[in-house]
Design a protein around this ligand. Structure first.
Ligand code: OGA
Ligand code: MN
Length: 297
């Protein structure tokens, strides 16, 4: 049976959005619990397309969390500032505080969320990084604020031999604390630092479900490569990032209110395009814990 038939059987309509990755999915309502068949079809579409866009999903936090929990346990953030005070499984990716007030552009939390304008993959600094993230657009911007996603399987496959050799068998350091070198974020407490010591992850990883190999970098957390001089490592990370952002690998998502977008953190990177910080932007994220440590390819 073809995948299309399987999707049709559970009433899903799948529309690819870019040749490399991304598909819109219609015919599901996350305000209701999904049947196991519908969940399986969504999971299959996710593995095929890496990024799924579900338009018109006006869910509350509990409904978003219930959908995310079907995939696995959920992360709670190790800093208080990003975490919702009321629902710890919700990350507030927002320039509006928990009480609904727009924050100043130079607020440390805004500085931190603005670092998402650089390419990264979520929680790569954890010993077991996230499987995937599910982001709900509650207040979206008219201009800027699009989220870009890149297919890191395709990036790996297309690497010229020189770069493929440079990353093969190598480990890269992922350090949450590096954010403090990039922007005036709220200084990390001793506890926050101790909770997230730097971790070394393979630069080429095997996806536990698809078996495919992808390049695994998360440049906002990276500056050191095992066995490589510091300046050489920084140059290589920059070169790999520039390669990965070529348009043939990238889907750019323009948000509508109540879109839900979910991405696979094991084989994609993402970033948000700049937007006017005087305008409200409120996104709620549920973050699925990975099924285990990164598998080296
Ligand atoms: C995230 C993230 C980008 C955005 O939620 O992990 O990087 O578009 N967000 O807000
Ligand atoms: Mn992110």
């Amino acid at each position: 049976m073809t995948a299309t038939n399987t999707y049709q059987q559970v009433g899903l309509e799948i529309e690819p959005l870019h040749p490399a990755l991304g598909a819109a999915v219609r015919g599901v309502d996350f305000r209701q619990l999904l049947s196991p068949e519908t969940f399986a079809a969504i999971h299959a579409a996710w593995m095929d397309h890496l990024v799924l866009v579900f338009p018109d999903q006006p869910v509350n936090n509990a409904q978003q969390i219930a959908f995310a929990r079907m995939f696995g346990n959920l992360e709670t953030h190790h800093q208080d500032i990003i975490k919702s005070a009321r629902e710890p499984e919700i990350f507030r990716v927002s320039n509006v505080d928990d009480d609904g007030q727009l924050m100043e552009a130079d607020h440390p939390t805004v500085a931190q969320i603005s670092l998402a304008q650089r390419w990264h993959t979520d929680s790569s600094y954890r010993p077991t990084p996230s499987m995937g993230s599910i982001l709900h657009g509650l207040e979206v911007t008219d201009e800027g604020g699009e989220t870009c996603f890149t297919n890191m399987y395709n990036v790996y496959d297309a690497l010229p031999e020189r770069l493929r050799n440079a990353v093969g068998g190598r480990k890269l350091c992922h350090d949450f604390g590096h954010l403090a070198d990039l922007a005036p974020i709220k200084p990390l407490t001793e506890e926050e630092r101790a909770a997230m010591p730097p971790v070394w992850q393979p630069m080429c990883r095997r996806h536990p479900k698809t078996g495919r190999t992808s390049l695994y970098i998360s440049p906002i957390y990276n500056e050191a490569i095992e066995g490589m001089a510091d300046d050489e490592a920084v140059d290589l990370i920059a070169e790999l990032t520039a390669f990965a952002e070529r348009p043939e690998f990238v889907y750019r998502h323009r948000w509508s209110k109540d879109d839900i977008v979910m991405w696979d953190n094991r084989c994609t990177m993402h970033r948000v395009m700049p937007y006017n910080l005087a305008k409200r932007r409120v996104m709620h994220r549920a973050t699925i814990v990975g099924e285990g440590p990164v598998i080296a390819a």
